[in-house]
Design a protein around this ligand. Sequence first.
Ligand code: N01
Length: 483
Amino acid sequence: MRSPKVAVVGAGMSGICLGALLLRDGIDDFTIYEKTDDAGGTWRDNTYPGIACDVPSRFYQYTFARNPDWSRVMAPGAEIHAYFDRVSRELGVRSHIRFGTEVAMVAWTGERWLVTSSDGAAEEYDFVVSATGILHHPRYPEIPGLEDFAGSAFHSARWDHSVPLDGARVALIGTGSTGAQIIGNLADRVEKLTVLQRTPHWVMQMKNPETSRFNAWLHRTVPAYDRLTYHGWRLFIESFSPALLHPGPIRRFGSWQIRRQLRKVKDPVLREALTPPTEPMCRRLVISSNFYDAIQKPTVEVVTASIERIEPEGVRTSDGVLHPCDVLVLATGFDAHAYLRPIAMTGPDGTTLEDAWASYPHAYRTVAVPGFPNFFMFMGPNSPVGNYSLVAIAEAQAGYMLDWIRRWQRAEIDSMAPTTQATDAFYDEIAAATPDTVWATGCTSWYLGEAGNLEVFPWAPKRFRALMSEIEDEDFATTPAAR
Ligand code: N01
C-alpha cells in the first residue's frame, strides 16, 4: 500500500472531520493548514452574544464522536466550538494542524500539488482538499461615513468583547440569522437597540430547552438511544425537504405555519414592518428562540427607512432622522461565493481556478472540479446547505474523498479528475430541478450566485448521500499508477 500525502486547507468542522477519518483509515501523512491560531472555523470566528446553532445539536455533530452532554437542544456557539476543539485533540487531529499558516498558492507540478504558504514555505502533496468553509469572509456594507463613527463599530463575526453593552445604545444593521440572535440577546441588556432593517426575514420562533442530566446520562450509557435521537432529528429535518424542493401542499402548509408566526407581533404597524415581501423559505429561514418576543421589547426600535450615511454620533436614515448610538454592529453577512479564494490555484495546463470559474463556481457533485486532479472541496458549489446539518454533509463528502484516496493507496490510480461532460451533465440536471425549488420564487439571497444561478443542492439529502456513496468511473479521467 502506498502512503498518500494530503494537504487540507482549513481547520474548521470539515477539516477536522477529514483529519479524523484519515487517521481512522491509518493515513497520517497529512497537514491541515490553518491561517489563524485556533481551530473551529465559523465557531471560532462567531462569538457574538446570543450565538447558537439553529440545527439541533444531536444532529450537528460527527457520527464518530457523539457528545452526550449538549446543554440545550440547539447548543450555544461556545459549546460547539469547545466540542470541535475537543474532538480535534482527542482523535489526534490537532497535532496535524499547522496554525498561523495561510495557503497562498496551489499549483500542479505535473505529478503532484505544490502548496505554498504566505510565509514562502512550499511542500508537495498527492491530494489537496479545500475545507475553507462557506461563510468566513465578512461582508462589510458600503455605507458612506462608516469610518467616521465615533463609537465602536464591528462586524458580527469580529465581535469586540472589550466594548461594554449593558446600558449602551446599540445600532444593529442586518436582520438575518445572525442579527435575529443578537436582537434576542441584547434586547434586555442595552438601554436602546436600534434595528436597521433593510428587508424583513421570515422567522420561525422555536423553544430551545435545556437538556437534563438524566438525558445526558441516557445518551452516554445507551448507544442505541443516542443513535436513535441522531436519526430522529435527521428525519425530522429531512421531512421539510419537499417544501423546499417542490410547489404543492407541503410547501403551502410550511408557508402557512411560518406566516402564522407573525401573529406573535401585537402591534399591526410593527407586524407589517416585519412581514417579508418574499415567499417563506426562499431566503434562509431564520430560526430563533425569542426573536418575536425580543423585537417587541420597549428597548427595541425597528427602523425601516434606508440608511443614508453613518455620522460620528450614529446612523442617519433617508427620512433625515439621526439614530444616535455608542456601538454599531454590522450583522451584514458573508461573501458566500468566495469558496477557497483568494488562494491562487493553477491546474496542469496552466488554467487557474479563477479562469475555470469565470462564468460561475461549479463542481462535479459539489466536490471536484474538471481539470484539477486530486483536488476536493468541502461545501463546494451546490453543496446542500439551508437549514440542514453541515456536519452530516461534511461526513458524506469526506467519505467520497476517502474512496478516491484509498484507490490511490492501492496504486489503482495516480490522478483523477471529473470530466467536463459529467460536470456539465450534473449542471443540466441542476438547471432542470431549479425552477421547482422555493429558492427560485423571486428573492435574492446567498443561495443564489452572482449570475443568478442556484448555488445550493436542489434535491433531497437522500439524493446527496447517494451521490456521495459511489464513484461513477465513467465520469472521471484517471491516470494509472506509475510509482
Ligand atoms: O447574514 P445574511 P447572516 N444595509 O446574509 C443586511 C448562517 N448562520 O450573518 O436582507 C443594510 O443572512 C441584509 O439585508 P437584506 C446561516 O446560514 C447560521 O445573518 O439583504 N442592511 C440582511 O438582513 C445564515 O444564512 C447560524 O436586505 C444590510 C443581513 O444584513 C448565514 O449564516 C447563525 C446591508 C445579512 O443577512 C448568514 O447569516 C447565524 C446594507 N448595506 C448565521 N448589507 C446558525 O445558527 C447587508 N445587510 C448555525
